[in-house]
Design a protein around this ligand. Structure first.
Ligand code: LER
Length: 288
């Protein structure tokens, strides 16, 4: 297996629904991507049958990514709230299994945008609750061939897991090898001292990769140290999806956390096109 390039539906349609599928899959394939990462903002709007039909039609593979708004909190002190968060995660896992996504990806440990001043003991208790819930989710995924790709977010989007080191600690607490990491250049560029060192620290725990420029614009247009990042991916032998992620201004579920208040590319199409032409220089299309 070689690395395959993908595009997030957050770039194409939000909230993504079955009604967007034909156009989103067509556009993603026409840009030259091999994977479409479908972000589940509203589960009621997305069905496995429509995703599979469009995947078959266009030859794209499908990845599943969660959107963890305030009502999807597997680390909440209230057990009923945690159960609701887990129900959403289980739904994403079932969808991933049905469409052949190897993982469910995203910052699934807490609601995105939750950044508070907490006592260390409170934070530790929250981490324990997150780990307990995610251990159950990993177990649920195991029977379905779906792993968890857990994403550290920058400090303005979460107070719980900002770095690879913290994400590895969460994985230790989960205690299940099927829980791994999603690493994202946008967040790493804010939180990690050196992207290459962080990638090598994550090592074989990396399950998924998202890429965006430092301003969440077109990869290659800003100051992310791309060679350092890609060289480190080579060093760890990563072979999987590399997905371009940015956000339409219409994203609602996690709008405050994303905080994209101005265009960061000429258009979303320009971002998608520029992203793949940049990535293809490093990852030529596999001929096998
Ligand atoms: C989700 O993949 C992400 O990167 C977050 O920044 C969304 O708020």
């Amino acid at each position: 297996m070689t690395n395959v390039l993908g595009l997030s539906t957050f770039v194409l349609a939000s909230p993504f629904s079955d009604a967007d599928a034909t156009s989103a899959f067509d556009r993603t394939a026409a840009f030259g991507y091999e994977v479409i990462e479908v972000c589940i903002e509203d589960p009621a709007l997305v069905s496995a049958a429509v995703l599979t039909e469009n995947a078959d039609r266009t030859g794209l593979s499908v990845g599943i990514c969660g959107a963890f708004g305030p009502d999807r909190d597997v680390s909440h002190p209230d057990a009923d709230v945690r159960e609701r968060g887990l129900a959403y995660l289980r739904h994403c896992i079932e969808l991933a299994a049905a469409v052949g996504s190897p993982h469910v990806a995203g910052p699934m440990y807490a609601p995105t945008g939750q950044a508070r001043l907490l006592e260390p003991a409170e934070r530790d208790a929250q981490l324990r609750r997150a780990a307990d819930s995610l251990a159950r989710a990993a177990e649920y995924g195991a029977g379905r061939g779906v792993e968890l790709a857990i994403e550290p977010l920058n400090r303005f989007e979460t107070d719980l897991v900002n770095t690879v080191e913290q994400a590895l600690d969460l994985c230790e607490r989960i205690g299940d090898p099927r829980a791994g990491l999603l690493i994202d250049t946008f967040h790493m560029n804010i939180e990690e001292k050196r992207l290459g060192d962080a990638v090598r620290l994550a090592g074989d725990r990396v399950r998924h990769v998202q890429v965006a420029e430092n301003d969440r614009g077109t990869p290659g247009s800003g100051h992310v140290p791309w060679d350092e990042f890609f060289d480190a991916l080579d060093d760890i032998g990563y072979r999987g999806q590399i997905v371009v992620e940015s956000f339409l201004p219409t994203v609602r579920e996690i709008a405050r956390a994303v905080s994209l208040w101005r265009p960061v590319a000429e258009s979303m199409d320009a971002l998608a096109e520029g992203g793949i032409s940049f990535l293809r220089q490093r990852f030529p299309r596999s001929t096998t």
